[in-house]
Structure formats: C-alpha cells, structure tokens
Design a protein around this ligand. Sequence first.
Ligand SMILES: [Cu+2]
Length: 179
Amino acid sequence: MSATIRWAGLAATLLLTTAPAMAADSLTTTLHRATADGTGEAIGTITITETAKGAVFRTDLKGLPPGAHGIHVHQNGACGPTEANGVKVPAGAAGGHWDPATTGKHEGPEGHGHRGDLPVLQVAANGTAKESLTAPAIKDLAALKGHAIVVHAGGDNYGDQPQPLGGGGARLACGVIGG
Ligand SMILES: [Cu+2]
C-alpha cells in the first residue's frame, strides 16, 4: 500500500469518526399537560443526550401523579387533542408510538418493537420525576426531532397483553422534540 493511499484511508476514518460530534449534543423538550382543550401548563423538561449506550432522557418534571407511568416517543410532532366517536382525546395528535421499522409491537426499551419505547417513568410521592431513562435502540438524536414525548396515566409492562401499548392508557403530558 502506498503512503498516499494510507493517508487517504486515515483521512476518511477521521472524517467518519468525527462526523457524529457535529450533531446536536443534546435536545431539550418542554412537556405540557395534555387536555381535551389543547396543551395546558408546562410541567418541566426532558433533556436528551446521545451516549454509547443509547439516547438518555433526563426528566425534570413536576405535578404528576405518583407512581409508574408509561413514557414513549410518539410518531407526530404535535400534542393537540383529537376527536374519536365524539370524545376528545388529549394529545391524540401525537399519534402512535414511533415505529420507524414498522414492527407493530410494543416490547419496551430492551425489545425489538417500537423504537420509541422508553423505560417506565417513576414519579415520586411529591409529584416530581428526576429520572435518567436510557433507550438502547435510539442511537441518533437527529432522528428524534419532529416527534413527541408522551407521558401516560398508567404504567408500562413492555408488552401488548393484557392491554395494548403496555397499558398506559390516557395521555397526561406531551412535548414536541426540538419544538
Ligand atoms: Cu405512549
């Protein structure tokens, strides 16, 4: 191998390894209460960073019911209500779970279903949640932009049985990523 070719190879390697550093270092999303009339008061923020273990979602939230809550990245970058059978659905505009590989499966953060499946959010007795949630399947912060984060009323068993989508049910809070 000539010196020129070796140098070209080294330059290409450097370019490839430095490229991810040019992406945004973190994304911050403000979550708002989801109501039948639209988005309500802000309840805090979620800051997302990229790590070797996947995207880390650092929550700084308040005013939530204590206990376990399903939390996911949803498909659409919108948090308004929708209407189904004459009933308003808070944050319905966020759509379903972010599922770029169209798996149709809810399997939790360690599974191979929706890429938006995050570890369950634990809210303290005083209604705050300062948690660090790691999503191994999410490698790329840029791909998260334009989607929404939704916190549900119920918990999350990382499966579609006995209830679909982990059993989270109603949407309590929502925020558009990068919006
Ligand atoms: Cu969800």
